[in-house]
Design a protein around this ligand. Sequence first.
Ligand SMILES: NC(=O)c1ccc[n+]([C@@H]2O[C@H](COP(=O)([O-])OP(=O)(O)OC[C@H]3O[C@@H](n4cnc5c(N)ncnc54)[C@H](O)[C@@H]3O)[C@@H](O)[C@H]2O)c1
Length: 498
Amino acid sequence: MSSQVNKSVVFNIDVSMQDGKRQFKIACKPGEERYLLIKLQDKLKQDKSLLNYKSVRVYKQGSNKPCYTLSPKFLTAPLTISVIGTGYVGLITGVGLCHRGRRVICMDIDKEKVARINRREAPIYEEGLQEMLISLPEEYFSCTTDLKHAIMNSDATFIAVGTPPKESGEQDLSYIKQAARDIGNVLKHKKGHLVVVKSTVVPGTTQKVIKKLIAESAGHSDFRIAMVPEFLREGLALQDFLNPFRIVVGVECDEDFDAIKFIYKEFKTIFFKTTIPTAEMIKYTSNAILATKISFANEIGNLCKGLGVDVYEVMDAVGLDKRISRKHLNAGRGFGGSCLPKDVKALIHLGKRIKVPTPLLSAVWEVNETQPLRLVELAEKRVGLLKGKSVAVLGLAFKPGTDDIRESPAIIVIRELLRRGAEVLAYDPIAIDNMARVFPKIKYFKDPKEAIAQADVVIGVTEWPELKNEELYKDKVLIDGMKFLEKKTGKNYEGICW
Ligand SMILES: NC(=O)c1ccc[n+]([C@@H]2O[C@H](COP(=O)([O-])OP(=O)(O)OC[C@H]3O[C@@H](n4cnc5c(N)ncnc54)[C@H](O)[C@@H]3O)[C@@H](O)[C@H]2O)c1
């Protein structure tokens, strides 16, 4: 029985040459069939007698239908990918591409993170990430601090470093500029390399800043540049990466489009080919429209609360219209995270820079900044002045399913509570360590019941499933920011927009 389970999967390879046919077999260990193309490319590169092949057909043993038919271009197809930056996007990209059959070398300047990844410990929380990381064979997935090693041993390099906002809203390009200079330094020793920008950058940045810096450091322009924005949602990052709605590919030539399509060969989705600045703008437009829908729903929600109308029922009916859709119309405490806020701010800043007014985006931002404060106001309305009172804040991550607290509405709520002199009792299942770096002095609880027990009033910010339990709030006033409870439950309950 066990020998059956551990049996290798064998592929028959038919190579058509100018002067006839050559045949050989490739055996893959169970679970490693996905790396067949890498094994095949290695073999074709090493075996000089196969160099000028016309085509290659690959058959799984027992089948007479080829699973791949490959042209001579396959010899140079990018199969080993380096990924610079192993944050939410970089690590998911690296792990996801390797899971789909590419050899991946991740690279980061954070030694601690690199060591953890090589020990197969996920440095961030995302559902399924830890398990998938463990499942990747060492031969096909590694992480390093050595950029030269990563680039010289790969066919294409994805840049996934952070592009956080500055105080002014402008993008801080310092990390990506540094990465570009470093990549350029390595490319002094390599020509024709493909560099793919995955980080979100305002239109024009890839060609006018990143490409230029790489060329300056490399001392030549013999490399290729592309922009493939990432649309994954934290909390569902792996699932989104592996099953994207579409892959937007901003390129300067058809050859680069084909190369990128090859990298994503095992992804069943639409490939949207466009120019590089358009790809950059598609990413911003996508986030701006999501943010706009949320702020719109919140404003309507505030109106509905004033009128005694149920905003969720309103949106259920409105969302049946396919032109509108029900998605992103859940009224509540507003959006957070590392993308929507920073991308809206960056667009507003861009508008100022190129002197194009963006009043709609400014309003989206303003609604979002004030919405979480409604939770504090409602709490004070319920229990009186908050000075000296204990307030439980439940859910610190910007959304359930992640430990990311960047721009979390909980930060706005906690800051306001402290400003009003309240004691904050904070709970989150996985984001406490991250929030403790922002607010080291507030009290943190591993059990929501303990925080609630000591509180004069409870504010629900992020709706983790374990908090959606009426029993928890029996004797306490709950100010609900995100539909912790489906129905209004008596005099101790108050929803932010309902
Ligand atoms: N987080 C998301 O949900 C998301 C979704 C889509 C797009 N994006 C975009 O992707 C980019 C990355 O976002 P993130 O959330 O993964 O960022 P992050 O802050 O989680 O990770 C960035 C990583 O880059 C590393 N780094 C910085 N400079 C480096 C350098 N010179 N060389 C190597 N590594 C370096 C850092 O150490 C860090 O590990 C951003 O532009 C962001 O806007 C993020």
